[in-house]
Unconditional design. Structure first.
Length: 183
């Protein structure tokens, strides 16, 4: 058993670092979310920020968009040209995706500065792309309502997870300690 652990030490180190980072930041995020009462339709500040930035993005591109707090649930309604097309809930704010992204990068960590900066840059990129993703989804739902499920469940998740995957590849190949070993 000890020989197996020593033989696969990099894998086990990766796994422990990934799980610890993921659990710690997921618990911090859950603690943050517990401050808001979903039964009273309270929306967390990050989701509210994403909703407002989505509206600002659409308005910037000359589109008519209004964000309204939902009366019956903890979410924001997206009204695009006076048509209620979508709602932005906590799961739309990309924080869970960012925690997953950062956990992987941390698990393959290099120097602290490089790891921290890559997580910071990558998280900001994923967060901003998520806002564009929601804005594009809104436009897509308006123009192609018959493809609602396809757009929401396939096209746009692939977009955000594709970027995360590409960032992971860049991290492992260019910056991680494993990239340094091959040189």
């Amino acid at each position: 058993m000890k020989n197996t652990i020593n033989q696969h030490k990099p894998f086990f180190l990766f796994l422990v670092k990934f799980i610890l980072f993921y659990l710690v930041f997921t618990l911090i995020y859950k603690f943050y979310l517990n401050q808001f009462n979903a039964e009273k339709n309270e929306v967390d500040g990050i989701t509210e920020f994403v909703a407002n930035k989505t509206k600002n993005t659409l308005v910037f591109f000359g589109k008519d968009c209004v964000i309204k707090k939902h009366e019956l649930e903890a979410s924001y309604k997206v009204l695009y040209y006076d048509k209620y097309l979508a709602r932005i809930i906590e799961g739309c704010n990309a924080i869970s995706v960012i925690i997953l992204f950062a956990s992987f990068v941390f698990a393959f960590s290099a120097k602290f500065k490089n790891t921290f900066l890559f997580i910071l840059f990558g998280s900001a990129l994923v967060f901003q792309l998520n806002i564009f993703r929601i804005a594009l989804l809104t436009v897509g739902l308006y123009k192609y309502p018959e493809y609602k499920e396809f757009l929401h469940n396939i096209v746009f998740p692939v977009m955000i997870y594709g970027v995360v995957f590409a960032l992971w590849i860049v991290w492992v190949i260019k910056f991680s300690t494993y990239a340094k070993r091959d040189k």
